[in-house]
Design a protein around this ligand. Structure first.
Ligand code: MTE
Ligand code: MOS
Length: 723
């Protein structure tokens, strides 16, 4: 199974070469194997039986008589030595709900058997009697403990919390201010819409449990589910299959499928396949955290003297990755700006909603949208151009960050702004388009801290990478995954360029946990930046010893000295480097129908160094489009703890017809600890276009929005208040 395609076969591949993605041909020909393409002998199928209420007690489960070979698997099937919990960051997420349910869609059981038609009928016949309780659905419900506190011992619904501060106490700063500009900004749920839905197969091989999964983090799955049977990790093998998009939605969520399948497999011992259909995937999977950010900004003599932010994220019923997502949100709460005084508090609120989890940006998009929009509003309030206003506060090398660390690198935002304002003709248009004239241009600045926050890389992940040389071929053995972001191509390119050989001689197979080393999760845009660097180091060593014959090199992550981090107080260098971005959007609004036409989109991103310009371009295009969808049209509403939008016909995402061709610019600024100077960039590109879009629409209509998305009906509502 060769995936090697390059424009210059068998010549040494260079970082600057424009090559065909190594997985492009297979995917285009339909040869790539996804979980749903796999059929094993004697295949059984599984469907989830889920809670239909948001909160309550389970009084009884009535299962019809099951034909021979059909099973209803539930918490009762977890063996005595096992525990009914999945270990994500905490161990709070139950594999099967028992006695009570906490959200609509919570797994109660699986129906398993050979015929899918029969299974669907059996599933429909299962009746569950509940004693319903009032659910807490929104952040406000959670804050006020609607239906009773979720954590009675604390008498609250606060699942996780933290704060960071710098400079002087905010009450002093407020007391001295001419005014304190206060706003509450809200961001919504967002559905990942990975084109391939969640899916997994469980099987047995030589006494071990084997999983085929559509997943970002094969090693996470092992760790998360082993406790259900109380077995060693090595008794579980996870093989990642071609993964048709993830965007964070397959970071921890595959554990929920694989955990339930493990319990079933332990009993049935035949291959069992579970594939969500689109409606299940939309309604019953993790989402981006909704947020509510209260910002209070002190202004004296027209200048900002301090920023206070109280940030709430709706975590849903289980912690999942929320605490880490919230940390990133809080640390990014001052955007790309340096303010002398700040206090940022984050609270993750538990509710009776499907647990929220990772989604491209990992908590940063919410606060970045909020601070950017808030500063735009403050600029309008003061009667100055938003960009001119924001430019006074741009972070620079050496500045103190929100966590009392420092900006370690040169910040190229001024150069990037030059490019974007020139290409978009921002300054002329910003002056010429009068507020409310129907046309507007908006601009947003943003960043994204590279890799895991704080000491995550050195203390928790401790990534490894291994290279195996056989003859003149080299195999890369890491657990990091391709999910559409181009990782396979970038990684093989780094390895080939370092060894000075053609990319065709480098092999990387979708990870199998029994064959590769743990290089940490594919998340936090860390794969190319951290794992790519490990592969570069392993390849450097291999190159020096090339003539020794067949051998293996393995390296471990090393954290550079001199950048301390204290996880107990959240002080220090939360990130060694950031990706930086500028996005500009121009719109025209039809004042009769409130429809928005986007006339242009321009961006510049500082990503250290592009390992592959075509892939970077693809990430920029897709990330900006996804962000524009988040700001403009992606509506995921909730009623009674249920998502109202259930499929791709009512959850609307942008297509290439909705937005124009984008101008993009890549700013290089080599990062000393990344492969060839590269930083992570897969999430950065999501973090700002939504704010630029809202800024543009606000200027076109001379109105203000404090929540997204802003489809025509939201614009109509806002215009009712404009006189
Ligand atoms: N691009 C595509 N096409 N598909 C994806 O699922 N995931 C995003 C981003 N870009 C994603 C994507 C997310 S959430 C992350 S964390 C990064 O890719 C991972 O990039 P990395 O390989 O640098 O870690
Ligand atoms: Mo990305 S949200 O860190 O998987």
């Amino acid at each position: 199974m060769s995936e090697g395609y390059s424009s210059k076969p068998m010549q040494a591949t260079k970082i600057g070469d424009r090559i065909v993605r190594v997985d492009a041909v297979q995917k285009a020909r339909g040869e790539a194997v996804y979980v749903c393409d796999m059929t094993l002998p004697d295949m059984q199928y599984a469907y989830m039986v889920r809670s239909t209420i948001a909160r309550g007690r389970i009084k009884a489960i009535h299962v019809p008589e099951l034909p021979e070979g059909y099973y209803f698997i539930s918490a009762k099937d977890i063996p005595a030595q096992g525990k009914n919990e999945l270990w994500m960051i905490a161990k709070d997420w139950r594999c099967f709900a028992e006695d009570y349910v906490l959200y609509v869609g919570e797994t109660i059981g699986l129906v398993v058997g050979p015929d899918r038609g029969v299974l669907k009928r059996l599933k429909a016949q299962i009746r569950i009697d509940y004693e319903e309780q009032t659910p807490a659905v929104t952040i406000d419900d959670g804050i006020h403990c609607v239906g009773g506190p979720m954590f009675p011992e604390k008498n609250s619904n606060v699942m996780c919390e933290l704060f960071c501060e710098k400079g002087r106490p905010m009450d002093e700063v407020f007391a001295e201010a001419d005014e304190v500009f206060e706003e509450t900004i809200e961001t919504p749920y967002q559905e990942h819409v990975h084109l391939e839905t969640n899916s997994a197969i469980a099987d047995m091989e030589d006494g071990k449990f084997v999983f085929y999964a559509s997943a970002q983090c094969p090693f996470y799955i092992r760790k998360s589910i082993a406790g259900l049977l109380d077995i060693p990790y090595d008794d579980i093998i996870v093989r990642q299959c071609t993964t048709g998009g993830a965007f964070g939605g397959k970071e921890h969520f595959p554990d929920v499928l694989c955990g339930a399948l493990l319990v079933a497999e332990n009993k049935i011992r035949k291959p069992i396949k579970m594939v969500f259909d689109r409606e299940e995937d939309t309604q019953f999977s993790v989402k981006r955290h909704p947020s509510k950010c209260i910002y209070k900004t002190a202004v004296k003599d027209g200048k900002i003297t301090g920023v206070y932010g109280h940030i709430y994220y709706n975590c849903g019923a289980y912690l999942s990755s929320s605490y880490v997502v919230l940390q990133r949100g809080v640390f990014h709460g001052n955007g790309v700006y340096t303010f002398d005084n700040t206090y940022l508090k984050g609270e993750g609120i538990g509710t009776n909603m499907f647990p929220s989890c990772a989604f491209r940006g990992f908590g940063a998009p919410q606060t970045l949208f909020a601070i950017e929009t808030h500063l735009d509003h403050l600029a309008h309030h003061l009667g100055v151009d938003p960009l001119e206003f924001k430019m006074q506060y741009l972070a620079k090398k050496g500045d103190e960050t929100t966590t009392n660390g420092h900006i370690i690198e040169e910040v190229k935002l001024p150069e990037m702004l030059d490019v974007v304002t020139r290409e978009s003709d921002y300054w002329r248009k910003a002056k010429e388009y009068k507020p409310g004239c129907g046309r507007g241009i908006g601009i947003a600045l943003y960043n994204h801290g590279g890799a895991f926050t704080g000491n995550g890389e050195q203390a928790i992940i401790k990534a490894h990478a291994r290279l195996v040389k056989t003859g003149d071929r080299v195999s890369i053995q890491v657990g990091s995954t391709e999910m559409g972001q181009g990782f396979k191509t970038s990684l093989r390119k780094i390895c080939a360029a370092t060894l000075g050989v053609s990319i065709d001689r480098i092999e990387y197979l979708d990870p199998d946990t029994s064959k590769v080393v743990d290089s940490g999760p594919t998340a936090a845009s860390r794969s190319t930046m951290i794992v790519g660097r490990l592969v570069e180091r392993a390849a450097q060593e291999m190159k020096e010893r090339w003539s020794e014959g067949d051998f293996t090199t393995e390296v471990e992550y090393e954290h550079p000295d001199g950048y301390p981090w204290d996880q107990a107080t959240f002080r220090g260098d939360a990130y060694l480097g950031y990706g930086w971005g500028v996005a500009c959007v121009e719109v025209e609004v039809d004042k009769l129908t409130n429809e928005v036409k986007t006339l242009g989109a321009w961006s510049s991103h500082e990503i250290g160094k592009a390992i592959d310009e075509l892939i970077v371009h693809g990430q920029i295009n897709g990330g900006i489009l996804q962000s524009l969808g988040y700001g403009s049209m992606e509506k995921l509403e909730v009623k009674g703890g249920r998502f109202k939008q259930k499929s791709m016909s009512d959850y609307v995402i942008p297509t290439s017809m909705d937005f124009p061709k984008q101008f993009y610019h890549i700013q290089e600024n080599p990062y000393p600890w990344g492969p060839y100077g590269a930083k992570g960039m897969g999430e950065l590109v999501f973090n700002g276009a939504s704010a630029a879009y809202v800024d543009a629409v606000e200027r076109a209509l001379n109105t203000r929005f404090t929540s997204i998305p802003i489809p025509p009906e939201a614009i109509e509502e806002a215009m009712k208040h404009v006189h």
